[in-house]
Design a protein around this ligand. Sequence first.
Ligand code: HEC
Length: 157
Amino acid sequence: MNTRCASILALTLAFVAGAHAHGDVTPHPIDTSGLAPLGAEWLPANPYRGDAKAVAIGAEGYEHNCAGCHGLNAVSGGVAPDLLKLDGDCLRMGDEAKRKACLDDTDDYFKGIVLRGKRNGEGRYTMPAYASVFTQEAVWSLKSYIDARTLEAAGAK
Ligand code: HEC
């Protein structure tokens, strides 16, 4: 590759990275109409688990809010952690009660991170906090989508 080519490539990459930073990573509210309303009190675990409507709403919310860092279709490109690993162990559990308890734990963990975001050692956000943008319905529909994608990806292997 000659130097002119290389600089055009560098410019293109800078543009793509810039578009991501300003487009895909800005928190967007998720329209959850059609799902049973859950009220203001946070539930300890996802009440929509396995609900097809919640999965579809979560899929759209994910692509608008999370895909820029965690990858399209929740397939990590290495920028941010692979979200398909979150539930992998739980979903492989044969014992129904253990599987439920395990998923309840990851629901709670997921909710905490999505609401508070993540910061590095210097206090800079490496992942935005969504507490001011997402309703409870939005958070649980995202989790329903991650569960569904985890099952799908495991089945595809
Ligand atoms: C600006 C990039 C960015 C966006 C946007 C983003 N994340 Fe993250 N996320 C990260 C990074 C980076 C980490 C790891 C941070 C760390 O461990 O310090 C992370 C960690 C997580 C974790 C913990 C993963 C684990 O294995 O422990 C979850 C869950 C998560 N993100 C969910 C989401 C969801 C859901 C969305 C969309 C609503 C989202 N993230 C949007 C960058 C992002």
